[in-house]
Design a protein around this ligand. Sequence first.
Ligand SMILES: [Zn+2]
Length: 216
Amino acid sequence: MARVCLTFDNGPTEATPAVLKTLARRGLSATFFVVGRQVATPEGWALAARARAEGHRVGNHTYSHATPLGYLSAADACAEIERAEAAIGALGHVPPLFRPFGDGGQADHWLLNAAARDHLIAGGYTCVLWDNVPHDWDDRDGWVERALAMVRASSSSVLVLHDIAGACGDRLDGFLGRLLDEGHTVVQEEPDHCVPLRAGVATADLDRYVMERSGP
Ligand SMILES: [Zn+2]
């Protein structure tokens, strides 16, 4: 039996209420990694506030969600983190949670640059990566079996789903039912192997995700 950390990225969107409803019915708590420019709208902020009020954690998934931070200048990468954190405001978790934009779930040296890394350390952030990306956004049926297979293969994992239109929504309740029926446990705290930075304290892994030469 495995421990599974549920995360929902790229919201808030019109798909977020259905995800919240499903989680509430199942009595499960998750983490929502929100896009800053979406949470900066009144509608987006209200949805993120609802998630927080219902026991979920709200984390920072960059402001624009457009370019992995390793490809940006030092200033632009830091602004992507800061602007999103400002939009999240009081909804943010303590310590603040950050998930870099991986462009399709790829985690490698382009996730951060040195300035972004130092900014996250100085801000006391926890950087949450992932090890289970079943592609709910481009395979709205097939992701369920892939996610379950990856859950079974590891004693603990961080699952990435998306509260966006056309992604996990339709299959989420069925997936969660099977997950719980198989005896797995849903937890909020992420396992160490997916957390290269916890509350500002870096592990030896963090620099694997840092592009040492910044962009223009
Ligand atoms: Zn994303």
